[in-house]
Write a new protein. Structure first.
Length: 555
């Protein structure tokens, strides 16, 4: 039975109804809390569907939910199927399209609703909102996915063929099993123990296999299905862009683990002719609005931070109420350019007016111009017992909530390792503005056991600080007998494309561009191969290994 209370927030009385039961098309009841202004008139409803518990902050981690209600919206916060107070069985993402659409259809029929609805949420919630929007529920007028992916395979479970172990193992153990899964007694204690020894499990993930098979069998499915398999299509916004017909506000950060998916969502939906906006700030996954200490960027907090709740209100006011506040940027893309430490607006993404700027690997240098004639090579030893440690970047590891384990961390300690190759450009005589996707093309002779090729783009300051901007990986499977589509045989170089990620960054005068190449980045990615291996990186001559940067003309 649901309960009712009245709150007062900034002189606005808010009616709260707890544990409202909402029927799905298959008869399962999902539980929600409803917040609405105490008024006789009907209002639009904003819906956040979460696997993390409706009892927390009503707007989630980065939106002031009560401010939404104070601004004249009803707010419906729902536990997704199989989580906390909702019925049914939980399987990540598989039911979110239908359940989300059913929830919208129910909400717009209620007497307190004026017939219009918006969906919002961050991370899992944001992708669930997009999946629900693809069902085109009646009354849905706008969506605001925040740090959301474009699919549950590439960009969420995997990247470049590698398994995103650091994020996924902790997410399942801590966020999905430790609370909301209904565990108690020995099972709950077992999960808590696994969370406490997470670093040991990163080094030996098989040790968690039995626990996960019993309590989270979907994890095994993720391991067994590669990217692109039909298994993933039922939970992929990228497969349903043509069905999304309402305006979308995409918010993300340069150091967010799902940045590539958010950018893909913006492009894919915009190509359908639907109004779409994009905001990218200097943020990581779990904290939005200036998470990095001032010493890193050298700017005041109000320059980094953004009124995320205000962005939501502007978006929903425009499309649910027809209000034109003028608060939105005149152009659909707003980016925070790191290095310059300023917000800039653009007409689109990828940003118009960029040109390819190529830096070739030349010895241990990065040089512009034609491919170096002199051929060279460098060997990398891969030891699975001592992989290159993850140090900052687009991570989602334990400790990231404080900002300590993510973002633009200094790479100098990592660069001292013998299994990390550094290629560095000359000091810049003028600023270099890079806005867009950065790509490494490198020729590698992999070990017969297979190889991971990782790359990091780094800004080297005049004082030596090596600040990480973005990183990526490409997995080469073990060599097999020659045949169509097989990996290269042992001893043969192969051209490898490593998508390092998107940036909006100004390399200042006196700074240098650096590329790091290695064979692991753990625990962000699972270690491959699981045996000692040796690889060779080729450059110059017949093997034009190079770094491609999208240079913004005129800066």
């Amino acid at each position: 039975m649901n309960s009712r209370e009245v709150l007062e927030y900034w002189r606005v009385r808010i009616v709260v109804e707890h544990d409202v039961k909402i029927p799905m098309r298959d008869g399962v009841l999902l539980s929600a809390d409803l917040y609405r202004p105490e008024t006789a008139g009907a209002v639009p409803v904003l819906i956040r569907r979460t696997p993390y518990g409706k009892a927390g902050s009503p707007g989630g981690a980065s939106v002031d939910g009560l401010r939404l209600v104070r601004s004249g919206y009803a707010l419906l916060v729902q536990d997704v199927r199989g989580r906390f107070a909702s019925g049914g069985a939980f399987e990540p993402y598989w039911n979110e399209a239908a359940d989300g659409a059913d929830t919208v259809a129910w909400a717009v029929r209620q007497p307190w609703c004026d017939g219009s609805a918006g969906l919002f949420g961050r991370s899992y919630e944001g992708m669930a909102a997009l999946l629900a929007a693809s069902e085109r529920p009646p009354g849905l007028g706008a969506v605001a996915p925040h740090v959301a992916g474009s699919g549950f395979d590439e960009g969420w479970t995997r990247q470049g063929g590698a398994f995103q172990l650091g994020f996924l193992l902790y997410w399942v153990l801590y966020d999905l099993l430790l609370s909301g899964a209904g565990l108690a007694g020995p099972e709950l204690a077992e999960v808590a123990g696994a969370v406490d020894r997470i670093d040991a499990l990163y080094a030996d993930p098989d040790a968690a296999g039995d626990l996960l098979d019993r309590l989270a069998p979907y994890y095994r499915q993720w391991l067994e299905h590669p990217s692109g398999h039909p298994y993933w299509k039922r939970a992929a916004p990228r497969e349903a862009y043509a069905s999304i017909n309402v305006p979308v506000l995409n918010l993300t950060g340069w150091y967010d683990i799902f940045l590539a998916g958010a950018l893909e969502n913006y492009r894919g939906i915009r190509e359908q002719g639907v109004e779409t906006r994009l905001v990218v700030g200097p943020w990581s996954h779990c904290v939005t609005g200036g998470i990095f200490p001032q010493r890193r960027y050298g700017l005041a907090a109000d320059e980094r931070e953004l009124d995320v709740t205000g962005l939501h209100l502007d978006h929903f006011d425009r499309h649910l109420r027809g209000r034109r506040t003028g608060a939105a940027a005149p152009e659909p893309v707003r980016l925070f350019l790191t290095g310059a430490d300023e917000w800039r607006s653009f007409a689109d993404w990828p940003a118009p007016g960029t040109e390819e700027y190529v830096l070739h690997l030349d010895g241990r240098r990065l040089t512009p111009g034609p491919t170096p004639r002199a051929a060279g090579s460098d060997a990398i030893r891969h030891d699975p017992a001592d992989p290159v440690p993850t140090t900052g970047g687009a991570t989602a590891l334990p400790g990231q909530f404080t900002g300590g384990d993510c973002g633009p961390l200094d790479q100098r300690e990592v660069e001292q390792r013998g299994d990390v190759l550094c290629f560095t450009g000359a000091p810049l005589t003028a600023p270099l503005t890079v806005v867009g996707d950065t790509v490494l093309t490198v020729y590698v002779t992999p070990d017969a056991a297979g190889a991971d090729v990782t790359g990091k783009l780094v800004d080297v300051w005049p004082n030596g600080r090596a600040e990480l901007l973005c990183d990526g990986i490409h997995r080469l499977e073990p060599a097999t007998a020659p045949g169509a589509g097989d990996p290269p045989g042992p001893g043969r170089p192969v051209e490898v494309t490593v998508r390092l990620g998107a940036i909006g960054h100004v390399f200042r005068t006196g700074h240098r561009v650096r590329l790091e190449v290695a064979a692991s980045n753990a625990p962000r990615f699972d270690v491959h191969p699981r045996v000692v291996a040796r690889h060779t990186v080729h450059h110059g001559g017949d093997h034009p290994s190079r770094l491609l940067l999208p240079l913004l003309a005129g800066g």
